[in-house]
Design a protein around this ligand. Structure first.
Ligand code: PMP
Length: 369
């Protein structure tokens, strides 16, 4: 879509999956000062001890007791996903994840020699997977459940009772759980519950997180994960032999983000909340379009079948006729053809223009289909 968009002027891009805000200046300054003071060498493969301590402190403040030796710093959340897949799937096995899902999961699992299997999460259920259907998809090859809440691309947050049920299944069927929580700071109805806090999870759950979205730090490439001690001993081997360590200045930036003022990050969350509410209220009024109220992240996943087009044709036609970029749903799994993903990652004035254009488009296509 981005490639096609180059042929048009004044395009509003609702395709990009990262905060449009720059990293706050105090973080950049702290990282630059540390780099000038000599923080330019390899870091410890498990990660800067000060950063791991700061993460442990901030997890404790949020009610999770995770010692620094159970935290692994990685090259973004992607580094953590790759490390856990390569650690646990080296002799094959299946990973089960709800669809729609972050598309990169298939490659993370595939690179490691495993296979990604999916179970449908339905629009009618707010894209919350049904635990009984998840369990029905478990077979003798299933090793792992892979969850993502708040979710990309749906903006859904898995409720506590669903996580209780999934944790119980994981224990009973002896499955490992990876919980991708990179959007946890962007949860609109209070803190997003985590499967990590459920009984039995301390020995079989890895939480993957990142500085990318929470702190507008995508380009610094710093993520982290925490879980049982036995797994940490394996993850460090993958990190050590693939990237040696996450970037040293990037980790110092992460430390500054954790230890410094929180207001700039809260302002970002407030802004994404405001944008998401605005876009949801506009989309909900458009003829031929169905959308769930987003509960977190900065995405919305809208059913466009009322336009008479699938998500791909819709995205191409919308770009051609109204110069707005959205992502075709099939990117997030073959069952997602009727959908498009909208990312609220442009400022409010551009979002307003995009919504006016989409409304005009839906008045043309949504009422006639
Ligand atoms: N998980 C999900 C669900 C994501 O959306 C993304 C980024 N788009 C990542 C992981 C990777 O994040 P990072 O920049 O920390 O590698």
């Amino acid at each position: 879509m981005m490639f096609m968009a180059q042929d048009y002027d004044d395009v509003v891009t609702l395709g990009i999956g990262e905060p449009d805000m720059d990293t706050p200046k105090h973080v950049i300054r702290a990282a630059m000062n540390d780099a000038l003071a000599g923080w330019t060498h390899y870091a410890h493969s498990q990660g800067d001890p000060e950063l791991r301590q700061a993460l442990s402190d901030s997890l404790l403040a949020a009610g999770r007791d995770v010692s620094p030796d159970r935290i692994q710093i990685t090259h973004g959340a992607m580094g953590a996903l790759v490390a856990v897949m390569r650690s646990l799937l080296c002799d094959g096995g299946e990973v089960l994840t709800p669809e729609p899902h972050f598309p990169d999961y298939a490659a993370h699992v595939g690179f490691a020699g495993g296979k990604l299997a999916t179970v449908q999460a339905r629009f009618e259920d707010g894209f919350i997977v049904r635990p009984d259907e998840l369990e029905a998809a478990v077979n003798e090859n299933t090793r792992m459940l892979l969850l993502n809440s708040p979710g990309n691309p749906t903006g859904a947050v898995l409720p506590g009772e669903v996580l209780d049920a999934i944790a119980e299944i994981a224990v009973r069927r002896d499955l490992f759980v990876v919980s991708d929580e990179v959007y946890d700071a962007m949860s609109f109805d209070g803190p997003a519950p985590s499967i990590f806090d459920r009984p039995g999870m301390s020995e079989r759950c890895l939480v993957v997180n990142s500085f990318s979205k929470t702190y507008a730090m995508t380009g610094w490439r710093v993520g982290y994960c925490y879980g049982p001690e036995w797994l940490m001993r394996e993850l460090i081997k993958v990190v050590s032999y693939s990237t040696a360590s996450a970037s040293t200045p990037g980790q110092r930036a992460g430390l500054a983000a954790l230890r410094g003022p929180k207001e700039p990050f809260q302002a970002m969350v407030d802004e994404f909340t405001r944008r998401s509410q605005y876009v949801y209220s506009r989309l909900a009024e458009m003829p031929g379009l169905r959308v769930n109220r987003p509960q977190g992240s900065f995405y919305m996943f809208a059913d466009v079948s009322g336009s008479g087009m699938d998500g791909l044709a819709f995205a191409e036609t919308l770009l051609k006729e109204e110069q707005v970029v959205v992502i075709p749903g099939e990117t997030f799994g073959p069952s997602c053809q009727p959908f498009i993903r909208i990312a609220c990652t442009v400022p409010m004035d551009r979002l307003e223009i995009a919504m006016d254009r989409m409304e005009r488009f839906m008045k043309r296509h949504g009422e006639t289909a």
